[in-house]
Design a protein around this ligand. Structure first.
Ligand code: SF4
Length: 444
Protein backbone atom coordinates (compact mmCIF):
# COMPACT_ATOMS: atom_id res chain seq x y z
CA UNK A 1 0.00 0.00 0.00
CA UNK A 2 1.46 3.42 -0.90
CA UNK A 3 2.36 5.47 2.14
CA UNK A 4 0.00 8.31 1.21
CA UNK A 5 -2.94 5.95 1.10
CA UNK A 6 -1.95 4.41 4.38
CA UNK A 7 -2.06 7.79 6.05
CA UNK A 8 -5.57 8.45 4.75
CA UNK A 9 -7.03 5.08 5.58
CA UNK A 10 -4.55 2.90 7.42
CA UNK A 11 -6.98 0.10 8.21
CA UNK A 12 -9.02 0.17 5.03
CA UNK A 13 -9.13 -2.06 2.03
CA UNK A 14 -7.36 -0.18 -0.72
CA UNK A 15 -7.81 -0.76 -4.37
CA UNK A 16 -5.06 0.65 -6.52
CA UNK A 17 -6.42 1.66 -9.89
CA UNK A 18 -4.68 3.65 -12.57
CA UNK A 19 -7.50 6.19 -12.58
CA UNK A 20 -6.33 9.59 -11.38
CA UNK A 21 -9.18 9.98 -8.93
CA UNK A 22 -9.66 6.41 -7.93
CA UNK A 23 -11.29 6.05 -4.53
CA UNK A 24 -8.87 5.39 -1.73
CA UNK A 25 -11.25 3.04 -0.03
CA UNK A 26 -13.94 0.68 -1.14
CA UNK A 27 -16.79 -0.93 0.78
CA UNK A 28 -16.66 -4.60 1.51
CA UNK A 29 -19.44 -6.54 -0.18
CA UNK A 30 -22.37 -7.41 2.04
CA UNK A 31 -25.12 -9.93 1.56
CA UNK A 32 -28.50 -8.42 0.78
CA UNK A 33 -31.19 -8.45 3.43
CA UNK A 34 -34.82 -7.58 3.15
CA UNK A 35 -36.57 -4.94 5.24
CA UNK A 36 -37.51 -6.08 8.70
CA UNK A 37 -39.97 -3.89 10.55
CA UNK A 38 -41.22 -2.73 12.84
CA UNK A 39 -38.33 -0.44 13.65
CA UNK A 40 -38.56 1.95 16.58
CA UNK A 41 -35.46 4.02 15.85
CA UNK A 42 -33.29 4.53 12.81
CA UNK A 43 -30.06 6.49 13.23
CA UNK A 44 -29.08 9.00 10.55
CA UNK A 45 -25.38 9.79 10.34
CA UNK A 46 -24.83 13.04 8.48
CA UNK A 47 -21.39 13.56 6.94
CA UNK A 48 -20.09 16.68 5.21
CA UNK A 49 -17.36 16.75 2.61
CA UNK A 50 -16.56 19.58 0.19
CA UNK A 51 -19.71 21.41 1.12
CA UNK A 52 -21.09 24.88 1.72
CA UNK A 53 -23.66 23.42 4.17
CA UNK A 54 -26.46 24.72 1.94
CA UNK A 55 -28.01 21.24 1.86
CA UNK A 56 -28.32 21.23 5.65
CA UNK A 57 -29.95 24.65 5.53
CA UNK A 58 -32.46 23.65 2.87
CA UNK A 59 -33.38 20.44 4.71
CA UNK A 60 -34.04 22.45 7.86
CA UNK A 61 -36.60 24.40 5.85
CA UNK A 62 -38.46 21.30 4.68
CA UNK A 63 -42.15 21.23 5.51
CA UNK A 64 -43.55 17.94 4.20
CA UNK A 65 -42.39 16.29 6.37
CA UNK A 66 -40.31 18.52 8.59
CA UNK A 67 -37.02 17.43 10.13
CA UNK A 68 -38.60 17.94 13.54
CA UNK A 69 -41.42 15.52 12.77
CA UNK A 70 -38.91 12.90 11.59
CA UNK A 71 -36.79 13.33 14.70
CA UNK A 72 -39.79 13.19 17.01
CA UNK A 73 -41.31 10.19 15.24
CA UNK A 74 -44.50 12.09 14.42
CA UNK A 75 -44.94 10.64 10.93
CA UNK A 76 -47.43 7.79 11.06
CA UNK A 77 -45.93 4.36 10.56
CA UNK A 78 -42.35 5.60 10.58
CA UNK A 79 -39.60 4.94 13.06
CA UNK A 80 -38.13 7.85 14.97
CA UNK A 81 -35.01 9.27 13.32
CA UNK A 82 -32.03 9.83 15.61
CA UNK A 83 -30.09 12.47 13.70
CA UNK A 84 -26.33 12.79 14.21
CA UNK A 85 -25.27 16.07 12.60
CA UNK A 86 -22.09 17.90 13.51
CA UNK A 87 -23.89 21.26 13.65
CA UNK A 88 -27.32 20.27 14.91
CA UNK A 89 -26.48 17.62 17.47
CA UNK A 90 -26.26 18.55 21.14
CA UNK A 91 -23.36 16.18 21.78
CA UNK A 92 -19.89 17.45 20.96
CA UNK A 93 -16.38 16.06 20.77
CA UNK A 94 -15.87 12.44 21.72
CA UNK A 95 -19.50 12.09 22.85
CA UNK A 96 -20.60 13.04 19.36
CA UNK A 97 -18.16 10.71 17.61
CA UNK A 98 -19.04 7.83 19.96
CA UNK A 99 -22.20 6.90 18.04
CA UNK A 100 -20.31 6.82 14.76
CA UNK A 101 -17.81 4.41 16.28
CA UNK A 102 -20.61 2.21 17.64
CA UNK A 103 -22.17 2.10 14.18
CA UNK A 104 -18.87 1.14 12.60
CA UNK A 105 -18.42 -1.68 15.11
CA UNK A 106 -22.00 -2.88 14.63
CA UNK A 107 -22.84 -2.10 18.27
CA UNK A 108 -25.48 0.58 17.70
CA UNK A 109 -28.40 -1.76 18.36
CA UNK A 110 -30.50 -0.19 15.58
CA UNK A 111 -30.24 0.26 11.84
CA UNK A 112 -28.70 3.41 10.44
CA UNK A 113 -28.59 5.38 7.24
CA UNK A 114 -25.68 7.49 6.06
CA UNK A 115 -26.32 10.91 4.53
CA UNK A 116 -23.45 12.62 2.79
CA UNK A 117 -23.43 16.31 1.89
CA UNK A 118 -20.73 17.81 -0.35
CA UNK A 119 -18.40 16.08 -2.74
CA UNK A 120 -15.66 13.71 -1.68
CA UNK A 121 -12.18 15.06 -2.14
CA UNK A 122 -9.36 12.72 -2.94
CA UNK A 123 -7.76 12.84 0.49
CA UNK A 124 -4.57 11.36 -0.91
CA UNK A 125 -3.82 14.74 -2.49
CA UNK A 126 -4.09 16.55 0.84
CA UNK A 127 -2.33 13.77 2.71
CA UNK A 128 0.68 14.13 0.42
CA UNK A 129 1.44 17.41 2.17
CA UNK A 130 0.32 16.21 5.60
CA UNK A 131 -3.15 17.77 5.52
CA UNK A 132 -6.75 16.85 4.88
CA UNK A 133 -9.70 18.37 3.05
CA UNK A 134 -12.74 17.41 5.17
CA UNK A 135 -12.49 15.66 8.50
CA UNK A 136 -14.60 14.97 11.57
CA UNK A 137 -13.18 13.74 14.84
CA UNK A 138 -9.72 12.37 15.49
CA UNK A 139 -8.14 9.08 16.35
CA UNK A 140 -5.02 8.45 18.37
CA UNK A 141 -2.04 7.13 16.45
CA UNK A 142 0.33 6.81 19.41
CA UNK A 143 2.92 9.05 21.00
CA UNK A 144 5.84 10.96 19.60
CA UNK A 145 9.37 10.91 20.99
CA UNK A 146 8.39 13.58 23.54
CA UNK A 147 5.53 11.46 24.79
CA UNK A 148 2.88 13.73 23.26
CA UNK A 149 -0.15 12.10 21.67
CA UNK A 150 -0.32 11.99 17.90
CA UNK A 151 -3.90 12.45 16.70
CA UNK A 152 -5.07 11.96 13.16
CA UNK A 153 -8.14 13.84 11.87
CA UNK A 154 -10.51 11.31 10.32
CA UNK A 155 -11.55 12.38 6.81
CA UNK A 156 -15.32 12.28 6.28
CA UNK A 157 -14.56 10.23 3.16
CA UNK A 158 -13.09 7.63 5.47
CA UNK A 159 -16.15 7.78 7.72
CA UNK A 160 -18.22 7.06 4.63
CA UNK A 161 -16.02 4.11 3.73
CA UNK A 162 -16.33 2.78 7.26
CA UNK A 163 -20.07 3.22 7.64
CA UNK A 164 -21.41 2.52 4.15
CA UNK A 165 -20.99 -1.28 4.26
CA UNK A 166 -23.24 -1.59 7.32
CA UNK A 167 -25.77 1.11 6.38
CA UNK A 168 -29.42 0.39 5.68
CA UNK A 169 -29.22 3.09 3.01
CA UNK A 170 -26.72 5.65 1.78
CA UNK A 171 -28.19 8.94 0.62
CA UNK A 172 -26.24 11.57 -1.28
CA UNK A 173 -27.79 14.99 -0.80
CA UNK A 174 -27.03 17.91 -3.07
CA UNK A 175 -25.31 18.06 -6.43
CA UNK A 176 -21.80 17.93 -4.93
CA UNK A 177 -22.54 14.58 -3.29
CA UNK A 178 -24.69 13.17 -6.08
CA UNK A 179 -22.57 14.04 -9.09
CA UNK A 180 -19.48 15.98 -7.91
CA UNK A 181 -20.88 19.47 -8.41
CA UNK A 182 -18.85 22.64 -8.22
CA UNK A 183 -15.88 21.13 -6.30
CA UNK A 184 -15.55 18.57 -9.11
CA UNK A 185 -15.80 21.09 -11.96
CA UNK A 186 -13.15 21.05 -14.65
CA UNK A 187 -9.79 22.08 -13.25
CA UNK A 188 -10.62 21.24 -9.63
CA UNK A 189 -7.42 20.68 -7.66
CA UNK A 190 -8.96 18.41 -5.02
CA UNK A 191 -9.90 15.38 -7.11
CA UNK A 192 -13.45 15.81 -5.82
CA UNK A 193 -15.98 13.21 -6.83
CA UNK A 194 -19.49 11.97 -6.11
CA UNK A 195 -20.57 9.17 -3.79
CA UNK A 196 -21.18 6.97 -6.80
CA UNK A 197 -17.62 7.54 -7.98
CA UNK A 198 -16.27 6.91 -4.50
CA UNK A 199 -18.23 3.80 -3.54
CA UNK A 200 -18.51 2.38 -7.04
CA UNK A 201 -21.41 0.98 -9.04
CA UNK A 202 -21.44 -2.31 -7.16
CA UNK A 203 -22.12 -0.72 -3.80
CA UNK A 204 -25.25 -2.01 -2.07
CA UNK A 205 -26.50 -1.27 1.43
CA UNK A 206 -27.31 -4.13 3.76
CA UNK A 207 -30.87 -3.90 2.46
CA UNK A 208 -29.65 -4.15 -1.12
CA UNK A 209 -30.05 -0.48 -2.05
CA UNK A 210 -27.62 1.31 -4.34
CA UNK A 211 -26.84 4.95 -3.50
CA UNK A 212 -29.88 7.22 -3.45
CA UNK A 213 -29.27 10.61 -5.06
CA UNK A 214 -31.15 13.82 -4.21
CA UNK A 215 -29.49 16.45 -6.42
CA UNK A 216 -29.79 20.23 -6.36
CA UNK A 217 -27.62 23.17 -5.41
CA UNK A 218 -29.06 23.45 -2.93
CA UNK A 219 -31.68 20.71 -3.19
CA UNK A 220 -35.32 21.26 -2.35
CA UNK A 221 -35.50 20.28 1.33
CA UNK A 222 -38.82 18.52 0.87
CA UNK A 223 -37.33 16.34 -1.87
CA UNK A 224 -34.96 15.01 0.75
CA UNK A 225 -37.33 14.56 3.70
CA UNK A 226 -40.01 13.05 1.49
CA UNK A 227 -37.55 10.54 0.04
CA UNK A 228 -36.21 9.71 3.50
CA UNK A 229 -39.77 9.13 4.70
CA UNK A 230 -40.53 6.82 1.79
CA UNK A 231 -37.31 4.85 2.22
CA UNK A 232 -37.99 4.48 5.95
CA UNK A 233 -41.46 3.16 5.23
CA UNK A 234 -39.81 0.67 2.90
CA UNK A 235 -37.33 -0.31 5.58
CA UNK A 236 -40.27 -0.71 7.95
CA UNK A 237 -41.62 -3.23 5.49
CA UNK A 238 -44.97 -1.46 5.13
CA UNK A 239 -44.44 0.25 1.75
CA UNK A 240 -42.81 -0.74 -1.51
CA UNK A 241 -39.48 0.69 -2.49
CA UNK A 242 -40.23 3.98 -4.23
CA UNK A 243 -39.23 4.27 -7.86
CA UNK A 244 -35.74 5.52 -8.63
CA UNK A 245 -34.34 6.26 -12.07
CA UNK A 246 -31.15 4.84 -13.55
CA UNK A 247 -29.09 7.46 -11.70
CA UNK A 248 -30.70 6.78 -8.35
CA UNK A 249 -32.91 9.88 -8.39
CA UNK A 250 -36.44 9.62 -6.97
CA UNK A 251 -38.28 9.17 -10.26
CA UNK A 252 -41.47 10.90 -9.19
CA UNK A 253 -39.49 14.04 -8.35
CA UNK A 254 -36.95 14.18 -11.16
CA UNK A 255 -38.44 12.56 -14.25
CA UNK A 256 -40.01 15.72 -15.61
CA UNK A 257 -38.11 18.79 -16.74
CA UNK A 258 -38.35 22.17 -15.09
CA UNK A 259 -39.91 23.44 -18.30
CA UNK A 260 -42.75 20.92 -18.23
CA UNK A 261 -43.92 22.28 -14.86
CA UNK A 262 -42.82 25.89 -15.25
CA UNK A 263 -45.18 28.74 -14.47
CA UNK A 264 -43.84 30.46 -17.59
CA UNK A 265 -44.29 27.51 -19.95
CA UNK A 266 -47.45 29.06 -21.39
CA UNK A 267 -45.46 32.09 -22.51
CA UNK A 268 -42.92 29.81 -24.18
CA UNK A 269 -45.67 27.95 -25.96
CA UNK A 270 -47.18 31.19 -27.23
CA UNK A 271 -43.77 32.40 -28.36
CA UNK A 272 -43.35 35.36 -26.02
CA UNK A 273 -40.00 35.75 -24.28
CA UNK A 274 -38.45 37.95 -21.63
CA UNK A 275 -35.91 40.43 -22.90
CA UNK A 276 -34.50 41.28 -19.50
CA UNK A 277 -34.72 40.13 -15.90
CA UNK A 278 -37.94 41.21 -14.29
CA UNK A 279 -40.04 40.52 -17.39
CA UNK A 280 -42.89 38.10 -16.81
CA UNK A 281 -42.44 35.95 -19.91
CA UNK A 282 -40.38 32.83 -20.57
CA UNK A 283 -36.71 33.29 -19.67
CA UNK A 284 -35.16 30.97 -22.27
CA UNK A 285 -33.71 33.76 -24.38
CA UNK A 286 -31.86 35.20 -21.43
CA UNK A 287 -30.27 31.90 -20.49
CA UNK A 288 -32.81 29.44 -19.05
CA UNK A 289 -31.90 25.75 -19.45
CA UNK A 290 -35.25 24.54 -18.06
CA UNK A 291 -36.34 22.63 -21.20
CA UNK A 292 -33.62 20.01 -20.64
CA UNK A 293 -33.12 20.05 -16.88
CA UNK A 294 -34.79 17.46 -14.64
CA UNK A 295 -35.99 19.22 -11.52
CA UNK A 296 -39.28 19.90 -9.72
CA UNK A 297 -38.44 23.32 -8.29
CA UNK A 298 -41.17 25.09 -10.27
CA UNK A 299 -43.94 22.80 -9.02
CA UNK A 300 -42.56 22.15 -5.53
CA UNK A 301 -41.20 25.59 -4.73
CA UNK A 302 -38.09 26.21 -2.66
CA UNK A 303 -39.52 26.26 0.86
CA UNK A 304 -43.07 25.57 2.02
CA UNK A 305 -44.19 25.33 -1.62
CA UNK A 306 -43.15 28.95 -2.16
CA UNK A 307 -40.44 30.52 -4.30
CA UNK A 308 -38.16 28.57 -6.62
CA UNK A 309 -35.99 29.78 -9.49
CA UNK A 310 -38.35 30.53 -12.39
CA UNK A 311 -41.24 31.26 -10.03
CA UNK A 312 -39.31 34.24 -8.73
CA UNK A 313 -37.67 35.42 -11.95
CA UNK A 314 -34.43 33.43 -12.05
CA UNK A 315 -33.25 31.29 -14.94
CA UNK A 316 -32.48 27.58 -14.63
CA UNK A 317 -28.72 26.95 -14.68
CA UNK A 318 -29.05 23.17 -14.49
CA UNK A 319 -27.92 22.74 -10.89
CA UNK A 320 -29.62 19.35 -10.46
CA UNK A 321 -27.87 17.77 -13.43
CA UNK A 322 -24.71 15.64 -13.47
CA UNK A 323 -23.19 18.01 -16.07
CA UNK A 324 -23.48 21.00 -13.75
CA UNK A 325 -21.68 23.41 -13.78
CA UNK A 326 -19.48 22.78 -16.83
CA UNK A 327 -22.19 21.65 -19.26
CA UNK A 328 -24.39 24.66 -18.51
CA UNK A 329 -21.76 27.40 -18.49
CA UNK A 330 -21.43 30.20 -19.33
CA UNK A 331 -24.49 30.99 -17.25
CA UNK A 332 -26.92 33.72 -18.30
CA UNK A 333 -26.21 33.12 -21.98
CA UNK A 334 -28.89 31.96 -24.39
CA UNK A 335 -28.60 28.17 -24.91
CA UNK A 336 -27.81 27.43 -28.59
CA UNK A 337 -30.87 25.16 -28.88
CA UNK A 338 -33.17 28.16 -28.52
CA UNK A 339 -32.34 29.27 -32.05
CA UNK A 340 -34.47 26.38 -33.26
CA UNK A 341 -36.93 25.84 -30.43
CA UNK A 342 -37.89 29.36 -29.38
CA UNK A 343 -38.09 30.59 -32.97
CA UNK A 344 -40.40 27.66 -33.78
CA UNK A 345 -42.54 28.63 -30.76
CA UNK A 346 -42.50 32.23 -31.88
CA UNK A 347 -43.75 31.32 -35.36
CA UNK A 348 -46.44 28.92 -34.15
CA UNK A 349 -47.33 30.96 -31.08
CA UNK A 350 -47.90 34.22 -32.91
CA UNK A 351 -50.83 32.62 -34.77
CA UNK A 352 -52.20 30.54 -31.91
CA UNK A 353 -51.92 33.41 -29.48
CA UNK A 354 -54.12 35.66 -31.65
CA UNK A 355 -56.75 32.98 -32.11
CA UNK A 356 -56.83 32.35 -28.37
CA UNK A 357 -57.35 36.04 -27.66
CA UNK A 358 -60.53 35.90 -29.76
CA UNK A 359 -61.90 32.98 -27.76
CA UNK A 360 -60.80 34.73 -24.59
CA UNK A 361 -62.70 37.84 -25.64
CA UNK A 362 -65.95 35.89 -25.89
CA UNK A 363 -65.16 34.13 -22.65
CA UNK A 364 -65.24 37.58 -21.10
CA UNK A 365 -68.79 38.25 -22.37
CA UNK A 366 -71.82 37.46 -20.22
CA UNK A 367 -75.13 36.58 -21.91
CA UNK A 368 -77.01 39.48 -20.34
CA UNK A 369 -74.33 41.94 -21.45
CA UNK A 370 -74.80 40.83 -25.03
CA UNK A 371 -78.49 41.55 -24.90
CA UNK A 372 -78.12 44.86 -23.19
CA UNK A 373 -75.35 45.89 -25.52
CA UNK A 374 -73.20 47.15 -22.71
CA UNK A 375 -71.05 45.86 -19.91
CA UNK A 376 -72.03 47.26 -16.52
CA UNK A 377 -68.49 47.71 -15.30
CA UNK A 378 -67.47 50.94 -13.69
CA UNK A 379 -63.82 50.12 -14.25
CA UNK A 380 -63.64 50.96 -17.93
CA UNK A 381 -65.02 50.33 -21.39
CA UNK A 382 -65.21 46.63 -22.01
CA UNK A 383 -64.37 46.34 -25.70
CA UNK A 384 -67.05 44.81 -27.89
CA UNK A 385 -66.02 42.11 -30.35
CA UNK A 386 -65.49 43.37 -33.88
CA UNK A 387 -67.51 42.09 -36.80
CA UNK A 388 -64.64 39.91 -38.02
CA UNK A 389 -64.11 38.39 -34.60
CA UNK A 390 -67.81 37.71 -34.21
CA UNK A 391 -67.73 35.86 -37.48
CA UNK A 392 -64.72 33.77 -36.49
CA UNK A 393 -66.24 32.99 -33.14
CA UNK A 394 -69.57 32.00 -34.67
CA UNK A 395 -67.91 29.16 -36.54
CA UNK A 396 -65.70 28.27 -33.60
CA UNK A 397 -68.72 27.96 -31.34
CA UNK A 398 -70.68 25.99 -33.89
CA UNK A 399 -67.82 23.51 -34.01
CA UNK A 400 -67.57 23.49 -30.23
CA UNK A 401 -71.25 22.64 -29.81
CA UNK A 402 -71.54 20.21 -32.71
CA UNK A 403 -72.93 16.88 -31.59
CA UNK A 404 -74.18 18.28 -28.28
CA UNK A 405 -77.11 20.36 -27.07
CA UNK A 406 -76.14 24.00 -26.68
CA UNK A 407 -77.13 25.58 -23.38
CA UNK A 408 -80.04 28.01 -23.47
CA UNK A 409 -83.75 28.26 -22.72
CA UNK A 410 -86.55 27.20 -24.94
CA UNK A 411 -89.76 29.15 -25.44
CA UNK A 412 -90.58 32.56 -24.07
CA UNK A 413 -87.69 33.45 -21.85
CA UNK A 414 -89.08 36.70 -20.46
CA UNK A 415 -89.87 34.94 -17.21
CA UNK A 416 -86.20 34.33 -16.70
CA UNK A 417 -85.56 38.03 -16.41
CA UNK A 418 -87.99 38.42 -13.53
CA UNK A 419 -89.80 41.21 -15.36
CA UNK A 420 -89.76 42.61 -18.82
CA UNK A 421 -86.55 41.96 -20.64
CA UNK A 422 -84.29 44.99 -20.76
CA UNK A 423 -84.69 47.07 -23.88
CA UNK A 424 -82.07 45.67 -26.06
CA UNK A 425 -83.77 44.01 -28.89
CA UNK A 426 -80.54 43.30 -30.61
CA UNK A 427 -77.82 41.34 -28.97
CA UNK A 428 -74.35 42.65 -29.54
CA UNK A 429 -73.40 39.21 -30.54
CA UNK A 430 -75.96 36.57 -31.25
CA UNK A 431 -74.14 33.31 -31.29
CA UNK A 432 -75.39 29.85 -30.46
CA UNK A 433 -74.64 29.88 -26.76
CA UNK A 434 -75.00 33.56 -26.01
CA UNK A 435 -78.54 33.82 -27.36
CA UNK A 436 -81.80 32.50 -25.98
CA UNK A 437 -83.78 29.92 -27.80
CA UNK A 438 -86.95 31.93 -27.40
CA UNK A 439 -85.40 34.88 -29.10
CA UNK A 440 -84.38 32.80 -32.03
CA UNK A 441 -88.10 31.99 -32.40
CA UNK A 442 -89.09 35.63 -32.03
CA UNK A 443 -86.58 36.80 -34.55
CA UNK A 444 -87.88 34.52 -37.22
FE1 SF4 B 1 -39.06 26.76 -19.74
FE2 SF4 B 1 -37.23 28.29 -18.51
FE3 SF4 B 1 -39.10 29.41 -20.04
FE4 SF4 B 1 -39.76 28.27 -17.69
S1 SF4 B 1 -38.50 30.09 -17.99
S2 SF4 B 1 -40.86 28.11 -19.63
S3 SF4 B 1 -38.32 26.55 -17.65
S4 SF4 B 1 -37.49 27.97 -20.72
Amino acid sequence: MPEVLERVAPNRVVQNTPAEHAPATLPEPKAERHPLGPLKVVHAFWLSGMSCDGCSISVLGATDPTVESLINGRVAGMPRVDLHHCVLSVDVGEDFIHSYLLAERGELGAPYVVIYEGSIADERIAAATGGYFSAMGTEKLGKDENGDEINRPIPTAEWLARLAPGAAAVIAIGTCATWGGIPAAAGNPTGSMSLMDFLGRDYRSVFGLPIINIPGCSPVGDNFTETVAMVLLFLQGIAPLPEFDDLGRPAWLFNDTVHQRCVRAGFYEEGTFAKEYGDKECLVEIGCWGPVVQCNITSRGAINHMGGCMNTGGICIGCTMPGFPDTFSPFYKKPPGTILSSNASRAYGSVIRRLRRITQEFGNQEVRWNWKGETPSGWGDHAKPTFLRRGIHYFYEAWQQSGSTPPGRKGDDSKFWGAKRPDAAKPVYKGRVTSFRGDEDKNK
